[in-house]
Write a protein that binds this ligand. Structure first.
Ligand SMILES: Cc1ncc(COP(=O)(O)O)c(C=O)c1O
Length: 259
């Protein structure tokens, strides 16, 4: 039976070009990127190339890209990592009622640990009210986390305006862009985005690979202890094939925008 697949918001198949790019890293190029000899150096080079591909696509610097295992991990690392590292500055975080559970449950977890959360309402189209956002800001607000595009109804939030408000008030702005990449062109500088979460399997890369952009100068704590991978922000031997796949997939999207 022929399958007609209409649920690319749930996941996407891996593009052929992406599979081709990844294949050597399952086979001949199996080196651990942390070792000094050539096999390891080849993996390290492949990871740097993918970091460049992500940085070019979203207009950030290579050192601002961290690879993770998925969108959920990126959201956890951004929100909890930032909250714990900056709790001396304030304990209030603003998000919306329609975030993915990767954000909502992370926020609930922070509430149990002394943080105060505001969950913004949305209108009948799923859009937050910018005035409610402004009214919710207190001297203790350290973070605003509003999704770029909603996973159920496809609403795109007013990201540029949120970015402006956050910048004016000196509050860090995180956006879960897991559903946006490939549907909306994202320029983190133009949109004043400070942290942004991505997940490979929503844009024709495999499952089990994600990325987090964090603007230089923003302090966040690592959540997973162990090795010093990802600039000592995310311990664990890198999923080189997955990283290569995510880099290739985002490059293909960027190239399509440039056409
Ligand atoms: C908006 C949004 N954020 C986060 C996630 C979680 O991403 P992942 O499945 O890579 O953990 C999803 C997955 O559906 C999503 O739609």
């Amino acid at each position: 039976m022929k399958i007609r697949y209409f649920d690319h918001a749930a996941t996407t198949p891996v593009r052929e070009e992406v599979i081709k790019e990844m294949l050597p890293y399952f086979g001949v190029q199996y080196g651990n990127a942390s070792v000094m000899y050539s096999l390891g150096r080849n993996s390290k080079k492949a990871i740097s190339q993918a970091r460049k591909q992500v940085a070019r696509a979203i207009n950030c610097d290579v050192d601002e890209v961290y690879f993770t295992s998925c969108g959920s991990e990126s959201d956890n690392l951004a929100i909890k990592g930032f909250a714990y590292a900056n709790k001396n500055r304030g304990n209030h975080i603003i998000t919306s009622k329609i975030e993915h559970h990767a954000v909502l449950d992370t926020c609930k977890n922070l509430e149990k640990n002394g943080f105060k959360l505001t969950y913004l309402n949305v209108d009948e189209n799923g859009v937050i009210d910018l005035q409610e956002l402004i009214n919710s800001i207190t001297p203790d607000t350290i973070l605003i986390s509003i999704m770029f595009a909603n996973n159920e109804i496809g609403t795109i939030e007013p990201i540029e305006e949120i970015g402006k408000i956050a910048k004016q008030k000196n509050i860090v702005f995180h956006t879960d862009a897991v559903q946006a990449i490939g549907n909306v062109r994202i320029d983190v500088k133009k949109l004043n985005i400070d942290m942004l979460s991505l997940s490979g399997h929503k844009f024709y890369a495999p499952k089990g690979i994600g990325a987090l952009y964090v603007k230089e100068g923003i302090n966040f704590e690592k959540l997973q202890d162990g090795g010093e991978q990802e600039n000592n922000k995310r311990a664990g031997t890198e999923n080189v094939a997955g990283i290569v796949g995510l880099g290739k997939a985002i490059e293909l999207i960027y190239d399509e925008y440039e056409k």
